[in-house]
Ligand binder design. Structure first.
Ligand SMILES: Nc1ncnc2c1ncn2[C@@H]1O[C@H](COP(=O)(O)OP(=O)(O)OP(=O)(O)O)[C@@H](O)[C@H]1O
Length: 675
């Protein structure tokens, strides 16, 4: 699998591959024959005896498959034939789906998850996990990031099986997963957690957690394992060293469907009229509708009728390499169901998907690379401009400036020391983006080359590095750069800077789009909006109360001032009367003034009461504001946390691409938020 990340081929049509797996049974029916070599199974059933005809004639049904897995096929063989090619393609960036279909007890769970008694009974999922990490390790020069999600669908409701630390006794104890449609019509699964797994062990532990939750959530009443559908997903992200701006992302689903029993049959005679028979499980009914529409090439495919078909949208008729395992228990009493299973498989086998590598540019990495290139070009430009000696002021670190450097014969000890550390750090940094940012001067450059040569030969110079002057030829060669060369280099730098700006803007726009999109669908955002609205109303209230308080205060001081003025007036008048040897104050006048004084005092008291009331209210509103503010902070934190844990998963390629873009942008946005 060398060179896995070569230029991605365009979309290719690919039919869904269909395998038949026969379960080992104690008493296989003599009416079932199979050829593993030729890949077919055949059922011989008596003709309808109900017509009153006495005959021994039989009806024969033969179904071809892409592969037949006989009862003695081991789990390893099943994995190698069914899932390994899909897994390898997923590592190359192709989506993949393996789903098992069949009646209850036919061996679906045994195939997908496996038996627990013997190690050899491990099913497709644990084997895929082991093979994934082994294959990834065997692809040098590539890095992979793996996330896992595990969804159970029961009665049209989705449940997240991977919620660590949660006590689960019933399905309802698991977090609900919803599907939502955005403006573009794309479907998104919300609240499905994704868990990064860096090792096989971590991934197997996740699977164990999900399977345990699946078992303990089952009650005798809901018989969840037979009636629910489980979708285990490996989300794979691949980058190639040296080309890490290109990222390939794929999803690999393993789907264990509910038992496919039907109702509405009327005995074996109904084989030829199985059309009326209905699935007990409603989602399977809708799954069949989707498959019929695709097989008949109808323009409208009713994916939206159920959660299951929405999740499997891309696996059926979309951008996914899909494989179906039809599970059959070859016993006489199950012939009818077995024929139904094979008929369903024949329809599925006619569906063609359009598969394509999911590859895209990581804008952040592109920008980083452009900036690095740009820095190198700038250095080159500076060198050429100065004929090998930098005269620019931005070359820090030397007292006399770079121009003076070329006059010197060798570096100072301090300069040598710094340079040695820079070269050391450069050599030790495994990143292809690391830069050796030495002074743009021949003296430094030669010294750096000497150090590198010494390191490569294992004889790194201990003493002074650049001995002797820079050869005149070197400077002369660099100095010979023509005006035209300088100009074109300058233009290149400018063009790149422009490119960086355009890309940065695009990234920024994406980040905002991502957050906006997330907010529009997040309940945490509703809480933030609600708190903000309450806060706005409270602030308004506080403002009104605040102006009431200050108005009351103003009126009190006005009243007090008026009272003081009156008192002063009265004292002045009394003094005047005294000086003029006049009479005492008129009694009526005295009473009037006393009454006025009393009225003013009452008015002041009233205003004080109004002031106190408004002030108390203001205090209460302020306390309220503090509370709402704290709640707002909490819901903001929750929004950010949710944004961080925003899951990827839809059944739709276009939607996925969008989500993945948003997901990347989200990381950068969060970084910005925290900064
Ligand atoms: N190939 C096999 N080899 C050995 N045992 C098997 C095989 N296939 C199935 N079994 C056993 O048969 C029983 C029923 O299988 P399983 O639980 O996988 O059926 P199922 O189709 O998933 O049923 P359900 O729809 O109820 O989930 C289990 O005990 C399982 O271990």
């Amino acid at each position: 699998m060398e060179g896995a990340i070569e230029p991605a081929p365009g979309p290719q049509a690919q039919r869904i591959a269909v395998f038949l797996r026969l379960r080992p049974v104690a008493r296989p029916s003599g009416r079932i024959a199979a050829s593993p070599q030729e890949g077919w199974v055949q059922f011989d059933v008596p003709k309808d005896a109900a017509q009153g005809l006495i005959n021994n004639s039989r009806e024969t049904y033969r179904f071809p498959f892409d592969g037949l897995l006989p009862p003695d096929a081991g789990q390893g063989e099943v994995f190698d034939r069914v899932a390994l090619p899909v897994l390898r393609a997923a590592l190359d960036g192709y989506n993949g789906t393996v789903f098992a279909f069949g009646q209850t007890g036919s061996g679906k769970t045994f195939t997908i998850t496996g038996g627990t008694e013997r190690y050899a009974d491990r099913g497709l999922i644990p084997r895929a996990i082991s093979a994934l990490f082994a294959e990834a390790a065997a692809r040098p020069g590539h890095t992979y990031a793996v996330h896992i999600s595990y969804l159970e669908i029961y009665n049209e409701s989705g449940f997240d099986l991977l919620e660590p630390g949660r006590e689960v006794r019933a399905l309802e104890d698991l977090p609900r997963v919803n599907i939502q449609e955005d403006d573009s019509g794309a479907m998104h699964l919300r609240n499905l957690s994704m868990h990064r797994c860096d090792t096989e062990e971590q991934a197997l532990n996740m699977l164990f957690l999900g399977d345990t939750n699946r078992v303990v959530a089952e009650t005798p009443l809901n018989q969840a394992s037979s009636r629910s559908h489980c979708v285990f997903t490996l989300h794979i992200e691949a980058r190639r060293a040296g080309a890490d701006a290109l990222v390939r992302r794929s999803k690999l689903h393993f789907v264990d469907l509910a038992g496919s029993e039907r109702v509405g049959k009327s005995g074996l005679a109904a084989h030829t009229q199985l059309k009326e028979a209905k699935y007990i499980n409603l989602s399977l009914h809708f799954l069949e509708q989707v498959i019929i529409s695709l097989q008949e090439g109808r323009t409208h495919v009713p994916y939206r009728n159920s959660l299951l078909t929405m999740v499997l949208r891309d696996s059926l008729g979309g951008n996914t390499r899909t494989v179906m395992v039809a599970a059959v228990a070859p016993e006489a009493q199950h012939i009818e169901e077995s024929i139904s299973t094979c008929r369903f498989a024949q329809r599925v086998a006619m569906i063609s998907n359009k598969v394509e590598v999911n590859e895209e540019l990581d804008l952040e990495v592109v920008i980083r690379q452009l900036k690095r290139e740009n820095a190198l070009l700038r250095q080159e430009l500076q060198l050429l401009r100065n004929g090998g000696a930098s005269s620019s002021g931005d070359s820090a670190g030397t007292a006399e400036g770079s121009a003076g450097l070329e006059q010197r014969m060798q570096l100072t000890e301090a300069e040598q020391h710094v340079l040695r550390r820079q070269v050391q750090a450069f050599v030790e940094d495994p990143s292809p983006d690391s830069l050796l940012g030495v002074e743009p001067s021949m003296l430094f450059i030669r010294a750096a080359f000497d150090l590198l040569k010494g390191m490569a030969r294992g004889t790194a110079p201990q003493g002074p590095t650049a001995k002797g002057p820079a050869p005149a030829g070197a400077a002369a060669v660099v100095g010979a750069a023509t005006e035209a060369e300088l100009r074109s280099l300058r233009q290149l730098v400018q063009r790149q800077e422009q490119q960086i700006k355009v890309l940065s803007d695009a990234l920024l726009a994406d980040q905002h789009k991502a957050f906006e999109y997330f907010c529009a669908t997040s309940p945490a955002h509703d809480a933030v909006a609600e708190h903000k609205a309450v806060l706005r109303a409270r602030y308004e209230e506080a403002r009104t109360l605040g102006s009431q308080v200050s108005a009351a205060k103003q009126r009190i001081s006005d009243l007090k001032a008026a009272m003081e003025r009156r008192r002063l007036g009265r004292s002045m008048a009394a003094l005047l009367r005294q000086q003029q040897g006049g009479s005492e104050e008129d009694e009526a006048e005295g009473q009037r003034e006393a009454a006025e004084e009393e009225r003013a005092k009452q008015q002041i008291e009233q205003e004080k009461a109004a002031y106190r009331t408004a002030y108390e209210q203001l205090k209460a509103v302020k306390a309220d504001i503090d509370g709402v503010q704290a709640a707002l902070e909490r819901s903001r934190a929750r929004l950010q946390a949710d944004f961080q844990a925003w899951p990827l998963l839809t059944g739709n390629a276009a939607a996925d691409r969008d989500i993945i873009r948003f997901y990347e942008a989200r990381a950068a946005l969060l970084k910005g938020m925290r900064a």
